[in-house]
Design a protein around this ligand. Structure first.
Ligand SMILES: [Zn+2]
Length: 233
């Protein structure tokens, strides 16, 4: 088995990434980063649930509270934005938390060194708009690996991977459905409960389920993720 730290939020992408990695014979060490984000409590609940459901290694929680000083909309100290009043392009830009995945990579590599892992995985997907979220791209993963090679000459240095970059969100969700994963236990909203149904993260999941509705019965999809069809409050 290949020891792999997975940056795990308990969201729909990283949960389905668990399934993909397990099928590829990775031994998963889930890592949850608490960066003072608004969805922290709900995400952690989901991450704990699935760590137990998949019988993964113990969920490691690392704190990184420096984003609290930025007063960013996604962070607890930030003002709640009225998402419904913003244009779609604006919601995407306010949802970019500067350097977040770079910070996550560094924390993940440090944890990986500690437990002797050989891999660190993100759960990136193909249809993320990389212009707006450049830290979710092939290029980002590839350049991180170049930096690791530059500064870590040890034979057992960690390689960063994202085995799900070939999947669209709907492909990845379908993968989970075929494996009968209880996806309704995931949490993919930028804000605390209940799911807002309007943020970029909620909308991406809703759109992915819309695509799947061409091939699956609505009752089945509702069973897996009732929030994709709920009427907004
Ligand atoms: Zn939301």
């Amino acid at each position: 088995m290949k020891k792999c730290v997975l940056l795990y939020s308990g969201g729909i992408d990283s949960t389905n990434t668990v399934v993909v990695l397990k099928d590829k014979r990775f031994e998963i060490f889930p890592l949850f980063i608490d960066y003072c984000h608004k969805a922290r409590t709900e995400e952690l609940k989901s991450a704990r649930y699935f760590t137990s459901y998949f019988k993964l290694n113990k969920l490691k929680i690392m704190d990184f509270n420096h984003y609290n000083n930025l007063k960013h909309p996604l962070i607890r100290s930030g003002k709640i934005s009225l998402i419904k009043d913003l244009k779609r392009s604006e919601t995407t830009s306010i949802n970019y938390l500067p350097y977040r995945n770079l910070v996550f990579a560094i924390l993940g590599v440090i944890y990986g060194k500690y437990i002797n892992a050989r891999y660190l995985s993100f759960g990136f997907i193909k249809d993320t708009i990389t212009r707006q979220f450049p830290d979710t791209s092939y290029d980002f993963v590839s350049k991180l690996n170049d930096i690791i090679k530059l500064i870590d000459s040890h034979y057992n240095r960690i390689q960063i991977i994202s085995e799900t970059l070939n999947y669209s969100k709907s492909d990845l969700i379908e993968y989970g459905i075929k494996k009968r994963i209880p996806l309704k236990k995931t949490y993919s909203c930028y804000y605390s409960a209940p799911r807002c149904g309007e943020c970029e993260s909620c909308l991406q999941v809703i759109n992915a389920f819309k695509k799947l509705s061409r091939r699956y019965k609505p009752e089945l999809l509702k069973q897996y993720y009732p929030y994709a069809t709920q009427t907004k409050k």
